[in-house]
Write a protein that binds this ligand. Sequence first.
Ligand SMILES: [Zn+2]
Ligand SMILES: [Zn+2]
Length: 92
Amino acid sequence: MRLYKTKRWERKRAAVLRRDEYLCRECKRYGKTTQATTVHHIYPLEQYPEWKWATWNMLSLCDACHNKMHDRDNGALTALGQSWVDRISPPP
Ligand SMILES: [Zn+2]
Ligand SMILES: [Zn+2]
């Protein structure tokens, strides 16, 4: 995915990590504090390119949790990934 190589993404990613205080939001649900290393698109880029730059659509995660959001084989959302889609709605 080319997006992840751009300067604009680099800045956006840094802003999202800062917003989430550099902690994994999935681990946080279980009271764990784990350093976030990845910014995930809740509504996947491929299906929702209009929300590519929407900060509300982004989630700071650790690598382990990010791996749990996507199916290893096809990159599609897992049930856990889908649960975030269900939890987060686009702002009005
Ligand atoms: Zn985590
Ligand atoms: Zn992701």
